[in-house]
Design a protein around this ligand. Structure first.
Ligand code: GRF
Length: 204
């Protein structure tokens, strides 16, 4: 399966996909797009020999023009699944429609709790004792969309942001590659007429 990845910064989730799946037979990361020029994720892509390009919207004529150009660039590379891995900008409705049903995101909370930015801080400030990671389909509204996989993490109390972040990242780096592999194996199906996702992850 040909996978595209969108990043904005560090790209540690991209790295997990490259290390665990890329070039091992079932998954090829074929394109990495970034919202910013300086994203470390772009360097990680180059180091793995994957085509990568920055698409800063301010320089491309605004968000819609940028999303159109970025969508064309991804389609030219025949991306079958698009992964938002720390892409920190809202995508235009046209872009979301274009990749509907084949675009997923990883978010550091148990959605629908704590959507949006600063999810980890929101959870700590709220005082929840359990948080976690969600991989979900992308819809127009931010951090909604049918849920593919989730994993929980019990929070220490009081919870320190750095420690929780490290632990959540560790979970993300397992859960996201797992979800992508399940897509590659055609084991993920949205149940028609519902928001539920059938995930067949038995046996491997
Ligand atoms: C992750 O915590 C992800 O859940 C969120 O943005 C962060 C990206 O981290 N959407 P990285 O760039 O993959 O290191």
């Amino acid at each position: 399966m040909r996978v595209g990845v969108l990043v904005s910064g560090e790209g540690s989730n991209l790295q997990a996909l490259l290390d665990k799946l890329h070039g091992k037979g079932e998954v090829e990361v074929v394109a990495v797009g970034s919202s910013t020029e300086g994203a470390r994720g772009l360097e990680r892509a180059h180091a793995a020999g994957v085509e990568a390009q920055a698409f800063p919207y301010a320089e491309i004529g605004g968000r819609e023009a940028r999303d159109l150009a970025m969508g064309d660039w991804l389609e030219e590379r025949e991306v079958e699944l698009l992964v938002l891995a720390g892409f920190m900008e809202v995508l235009s409705p046209a872009f979301v429609r274009r990749f509907a049903g084949r675009m997923i995101n990883v978010h550091p909370s148990l959605l629908p709790a704590f959507p949006g930015v600063r999810a980890i801080e929101q959870a700590i400030e709220y005082g929840v004792r359990v948080t976690g990671v969600t991989v979900h389909f992308v819809e127009e509204a931010v951090d909604t969309g049918p849920i593919v996989l989730q994993r929980s993490l019990e929070l220490p109390y009081p919870a320190g942001i750095a420690e929780v972040e490290t632990q959540l990242h560790r979970i993300e780096h397992e859960l996201l590659p797992r979800a992508v592999l399940l897509f590659a194996r055609d084991r993920v199906k949205v149940v028609e007429g519902s928001r539920r996702v059938e995930v067949d992850d038995a046996g491997d």
